[in-house]
Design a binder for this molecule. Structure first.
Ligand SMILES: Nc1ncnc2c1ncn2[C@@H]1O[C@H](COP(=O)(O)OP(=O)(O)OP(=O)(O)O)[C@@H](O)[C@H]1O
Ligand SMILES: C=C(C)CCOP(=O)(O)O
Length: 270
């Protein structure tokens, strides 16, 4: 099984409010449609929140349940997120890719932001029918904090115990995890391993766009937890939708590759 997350920075205008880039969604749908026979049953798709997931919680004061929020507004994150997922599903359907959208608070509960319980069985059904499951982040209910905003970057961790994940690809608006050299030049870090991951984590920070879920740092931490469980990670540019295929299938794709390391060696690094 492979998982691809298409960043909200690619599919929406992150400076706007619920501002989708429908043409970009369509280009991704066409890219997947072309390879559908190869991908059918083997792919889980995640769409980033972009100007839905990062702007709605700010507008309706749903970022932090310990601060004042209105019960009449509690629904708004999920309502807007499902509007976004519905639009993606519709465009994929128009391009001939059968897909099914999942609403996140309906199958996952967290405790202090970490997934506590989740229900994967419907996802397995959808995959077995040859339909593409589509996910996003959302407001989810938390055992300690009433509710939290759950980033789509953290979704693959739900699947890893129930499915054999080969590779997790995160497509975003930069070429990979960047570092700044002593000459001030930015370069892509090609490889993250057990040996250099702490150093790489120090380079990764928040997004420069409006974003409430931790930008590159959260992505990298999520992929490192997957690497500890034997899953390959790739962070690369998805500014061109066709980049999805080499990122998924090439043994050494461009961008940053997070090499898996064996579970028995892990020792709770993250
Ligand atoms: N070391 C780094 N290398 C590359 N990007 C970095 C680094 N540190 C921070 N960033 C920021 O992380 C951003 C990518 O994260 P962001 O969460 O905005 O992307 P996304 O996943 O495409 O969007 P979304 O979270 O809406 O799905 C980059 O645009 C950059 O501003
Ligand atoms: C989608 C939500 C609610 C969270 C923010 O966006 P993401 O980190 O791209 O998933």
């Amino acid at each position: 099984m492979n998982v691809v997350k298409i960043g909200g920075s690619l599919l929406t205008d992150k400076d706007g409010y619920c501002a989708p880039n429908q043409e970009m969604v369509r280009q991704y749908a066409r890219t997947i449609a072309k390879e559908w026979e190869r991908l059918r049953g083997n792919l889980i798709l995640i769409v980033g929140g972009g100007s839905y997931g990062n702007a709605v919680p700010v507008r309706y004061h749903l970022k932090d349940a310990s601060l004042p929020w209105k019960d009449t507004d509690l629904s708004m994150m999920t309502v807007k997120m499902f509007e976004w997922l519905s639009l993606v599903t519709q465009i994929f359907r128009e391009e001939g890719v059968p897909c099914y959208p999942f609403q996140t608070s309906g199958y996952v509960v967290t405790k202090n932001k970490r997934p506590q319980r989740f229900f994967v069985e419907p996802v397995e059904h959808v995959l077995s029918m040859g339909v593409l499951p589509v996910f996003s982040g959302d407001l989810v209910f938390d055992e300690e904090q009433q509710f939290i905003i759950f980033s789509s970057d953290n979704l693959p961790e739900l699947f890893v115990e129930r499915m054999s994940l080969r590779r997790m690809v995160m497509l975003t608006d930069v070429e990979g995890v960047m570092q700044i050299g002593t000459d001030g030049q930015q370069t892509v870090i090609p490889e993250v391993t057990r040996a250099n991951f702490q150093e790489v984590l120090r380079c990764a920070g928040p997004s420069q766009k409006p974003d409430i879920t931790g930008g590159m740092k959260n992505k990298l931490e999520a992929l490192l937890r997957l690497a500890e469980q034997g899953v390959e990670g790739v962070i690369t540019s998805g500014r061109k939708a066709e980049a999805l295929l080499p990122a998924l299938f090439e043994p050494e794709p461009v961008g940053t590759m997070i090499r898996p390391w064996a579970q028995e060696n892990r020792g709770g690094l993250l």
